[in-house]
Structures are given as C-alpha cells and as structure tokens.
Design a protein around this ligand. Structure first.
Ligand code: KIV
Ligand code: ZN
Length: 385
C-alpha cells in the first residue's frame, strides 16, 4: 500500500467560504481536532492577509507539535517574511507559495508575462529556502494553464528548491480523466520531477473535486489537499473525509492508504460545522445525517437481515454510533415492529397491524413522524384494549 499524505486546508481555503470568520481560539480548537484526526499537514492560514490570521497561525504553529503546520504566502519577500515570523516556532516550518500560471490570470490579474511569472517564482522559492526547509509551490489555476509552460516552470522551481509541487484545479474546471492526464504528462515531461512530491488541490464547482483527487492519486500524486466537510471558496474544496473513506472502502481496488483516524471524522465534521456555521447537507456522502439512515421498507428489511445489503460503510468506521431506520411513508412493518420493541411495549399482532395503519395514515400528512408520534399511537391502542 502506498501512503497518501492528507493536507488539510480547512483553516485557510475552508475559511475562505463566504460568511465564515473564525477567531483565533476557534481556529486552535479546530487545529487540535485536526491533529487528533491525524492529518499529515495543516494549512493554518495566510499570515500576510490580516493581523488576526497572523496571530492564529502563530498560535497554532507554537502549539501543534504532532502535525506539520504550514501557511500560505504570495511570491513576495514581505509575505514570506511574515509567514516565517508566524511559523518559525513550528516543529517543522513549511511554506506554501503560489503564483498563477494560466493565461487568463497572468494577463488580467497579475499583469505579468509568462517569463516574469517564472522569474518571480524562482526568485521567491530561492529567497524562502534561506529559512524554510520545506516549500510547496502551487501553480494557481494550473488546470487552465498551458501544459508545456507548466512543465518548464515546474522544472525551474524544483531547481530553485521547492520540495512539493501542487497543481490546483482552482476553478473546479477539470474532470477526472483530464486532471489525471495532466499529472501523468508532468511526470513524463519534467526531468527532475522525482526530486519532489506531487500534490493535488481540487475545487468543487462541477461537483468533481473528490473524483479529480482520486484520479490524481492514480496518476502519481502522493498528497491530497482539501477540507473537512468540503467547505471552501464558492462550491468548496475536495472533502477530505470522502477521499480517505473512499480509499479505505475501495482498498480492494486501490493500493493506497492514508494515516487518518477515520473514527475521528464525525467529531471533526461536527466541530467544524458548529464553529463555521456551515451545516452539512443531510445527504452528504460519508457524514450527512442520512448517510446511514434507511427509510424504504425493502431497504430496512434488508439492513435488519444483514447491514451489508445497503451499507458499504459501517457508521462506526467514521465515528457515527449506529445506523438509523427512519420511519416514514416508505417504511415497512418490520422496522415499525422493531420500533415498538425499542419502546419496550408489548402489542398483539392485531394491535401492531392497527398501529402500523395509523402510522401510515399519519405519514401522508406529516413530513417527519417523530418517535413521540409513534409512541402516542401505540399508547392509545394499548390503553383502548
Ligand atoms: O485553489 C487554489 O488555487 C488555491 C491556491 C492558493 C493553492 O487555493
Ligand atoms: Zn484552493
């Protein structure tokens, strides 16, 4: 099994979600939970972006010792110096430098020629190398960049001292086949590529961030970047819990493993949802409220006989205490009978039939039938007898 590193950017790219604003202590609480979760690297913020971010990165770098802490910087001396001041207390200071390489970003955002982008990247990697042993260099908007240009600049920043090359799908524009092919091309074309690790960083604008990340791994990437619950700019980043669980569940097919303690996923997801105010959609893969809930009679019957009939992930794997049989209009008598037994109330077969009929009538009028509703029905039948 090859070990895939998990690079968490919940505190940096995740915090870029519109409306999210975490204070220093909330960030530290999340950082501690990410350490318990076992991420390999956490990106704690963007120190040059604000005084608050600087302080939060510094606090995290000074506190977290079992996980490598990194931070983002533009390719300027002052950003790099500020990042160093924030990170120098870290167990292993590591810098994340980025500069855009796509024609649209170079022309309209940076107002720079491709030659200037190469020169600035190389110079700033060299500058940062005087302090940071580990430097990740990201080609922002890599997936809309010219692949030959990418190959040229990557070769040069590796020579300048970069240790990780990240090719982000900044706008969530790529597809699994294309994103994988880009990494394959870079590995085939750049002569010194074996000196560095390759990293992927996917946004979810077309809903493909997790699939793109898995495709990158299939094409030689050994570090996956993303966030817990998939939070982030616009439609978010690749959801790390989905990537890690997919690799675990499909280890029959993929020879990759991560170091995540999967049973810490639920706790991490809940904490981040609570502190960011970005609640997880009910049907979200791996961690949504309905991910281990079964409503239809046929499914409930199957799960009661053998959970594997409809569950490919056991809830315990990700720290969810158990599955739930949701009683709604599609539910069958088996699950209903189980619920009656759960209440510890004995009913005759005739009474169960009657209660089940009343329950079904209620589901036609009420979106969610609660345990209290069911209890009331049962007790009425019981006391009528
Ligand atoms: O999406 C992106 O391109 C980024 C970079 C800063 C790496 O977040
Ligand atoms: Zn990003």
């Amino acid at each position: 099994m090859s070990r895939i590193k998990i690079y968490d950017t919940t505190l940096r790219d995740g915090e870029q979600s519109p409306g999210v604003n975490l204070n220093k202590l909330e960030k530290l609480e999340i950082a501690k939970q990410l350490e318990r979760l076992g991420v390999d690297i956490m990106e704690a913020g963007f120190p040059a972006s604000s005084e608050g971010d600087f302080k939060a990165v510094k606090l995290i770098a000074d506190t977290i010792k079992d996980t490598s802490v990194t931070a983002l910087a533009r390719t300027t001396k002052s950003d790099i110096d500020t990042a160093w001041e924030a990170l120098k207390g870290a167990a292993e200071p590591r810098l994340h430098l980025f500069l855009a390489t796509s024609p649209i970003h170079m022309k309209y955002k940076l107002l720079m020629t491709p030659e200037q982008v190469v020169e600035q990247s190389v110079n700033m990697v060299k500058y940062a190398k005087q302090k940071f042993p580990q430097i990740e260099w990201s080609a922002e908007d890599a997936t809309r960049s010219d692949w030959d240009f990418l190959a040229q600049i990557i070769e040069k920043v590796i020579d300048a001292g970069a240790t990780v090359i990240n090719l982000p799908d900044t706008t969530g524009y790529s597809t699994p086949a294309e994103y994988g092919r880009m990494f394959h091309f870079i590995r085939e074309t750049v002569p010194n590529i074996d000196k560095v690790s390759l990293s992927c960083h996917c946004h979810n604008d077309l809903g493909m961030a997790v699939a793109n990340s898995i495709s990158a791994v299939e094409n030689g990437v050994t570090q996956v970047e993303g966030t817990i619950n998939g939070i982030g700019e616009r439609a978010g980043n690749a959801a790390l819990e989905e990537v890690a669980v997919a690799l675990k569940i499909r280890s029959d097919f993929y020879p990759y493993e991560t170091g995540l303690k999967l049973n810490e996923i639920k706790r991490s997801s809940d904490l981040i949802a609570k502190l960011t105010g970005m609640y997880v959609q009910a049907n979200k893969a791996v961690i949504g409220r309905n991910a281990y809930a079964h409503e239809s009679g046929i499914h409930q019957d199957g799960v009661l006989k053998n959970t594997e009939t409809y569950e490919i992930i056991t809830p315990e794997l990700v720290g969810v205490s158990s599955n739930t049989l949701f009683l709604g209009k599609h539910s069958g008598r088996h699950a209903f009978k189980d619920k009656v037994l759960e209440f510890g109330i004995e009913l005759t077969d005739e009474q169960i039939k009657d209660a089940f009929k009343q329950f079904k009538q209620l589901t036609d009028h009420k979106k969610e039938v609660t345990d209290d509703d069911i209890y009331t029905i049962i007790m009425e039948i019981k006391t009528e007898a």
